[in-house]
Design a protein. Structure first.
Length: 255
């Protein structure tokens, strides 16, 4: 295999490895950023629901609370909204099929927003936020009670997963394009700086082998191979001079 081809193969392998690892790390970082952003937005969503129901809770208007939760629960991307009392029993729920559900105690020790998968295999984000006992609530609840209950908002993660998958596909295509462009640039560089100069040197040695000591190699640029070409030209010049002297000596001897 020619030196230029070896250079291209080795350089392309290094480029593929570096860009591949870098691209993979970048995709993981982007996915982590998207998930963290989605979690933060989910927590904001849950807090907004708590604020929206606060007025009705202070007035103990249960029908309005249930109606509001059902209305919000019909928005795109929301799977379910559940409002639990301080004992973990569901009080209000947007999906009436989940009436009777209870809040698992271990859930309260987990992150406020976490990634879960439903029994049907749907990817979701589950958010748990406490409903705190504010001073305005002390007319109905003891002041020493810190938390009146919990609200759980479950949102679909399918759109987020599709967005991440689409970004990964775009990143992969961009990575392939970068690899191809870089490999092509390295191939052109190797052809100009290695293959062509070495081809000239090879042709020069063939001329010397055939007895053409007047042949000189064209030299361009700077570096090891141009220096080798200069050395070849000096060698061929010295050989030509030596042969000229030998021819002269031979002529003198024949006289």
């Amino acid at each position: 295999m020619r030196l230029g081809n070896k250079f291209i193969l080795v350089s392309s392998a290094i480029v593929i490895a570096v860009l591949g690892v870098g691209g993979f790390i970048a995709m993981l970082a982007y996915e982590d950023f998207q998930v963290r952003q989605a979690k933060a937005q989910s927590i904001q969503h849950a807090d907004a629901i708590i604020k929206s129901t606060r007025h009705y809770m202070l007035k103990n208007r249960r029908k309005e609370i249930q109606s509001l939760i059902e209305t919000v629960g019909q928005q795109f991307g929301i799977v379910d909204i559940r409002l639990f009392d301080d004992k973990g029993a569901v009080v209000y729920v947007s999906n009436r099929l989940n009436i009777g559900a209870r809040l698992a105690p271990e859930t309260l020790t987990l992150d406020a927003a976490r990634l879960v998968t439903s029994g049907a295999g749907m990817r979701q984000i589950a958010v748990i936020r406490p409903v705190r006992n504010e001073p305005a609530c002390h007319n109905c609840h003891a002041a020493g009670l810190r938390v009146l209950g919990y609200i759980e908002v479950i949102l679909s993660r399918e759109d987020l997963a599709a967005q991440i998958a689409a970004n990964n596909r775009r990143s992969l295509l961009l990575l392939v394009g970068l690899v191809l462009l870089t490999s092509a640039a390295l191939g052109l560089l190797a052809f100009r700086e290695i293959t062509v100069p070495l081809g000239r040197l090879r042709a020069g040695f063939n001329h010397i082998a055939d007895g053409d000591l007047s042949y000189r190699v064209a030299v361009s640029g700077a570096g090891e191979i141009p220096q080798l070409s200069l050395a070849f030209n000096r060698m061929s010049g010295q050989l030509e001079e030596a042969r000229s002297r030998i021819d002269n000596w031979a002529g003198d001897l024949s006289e």
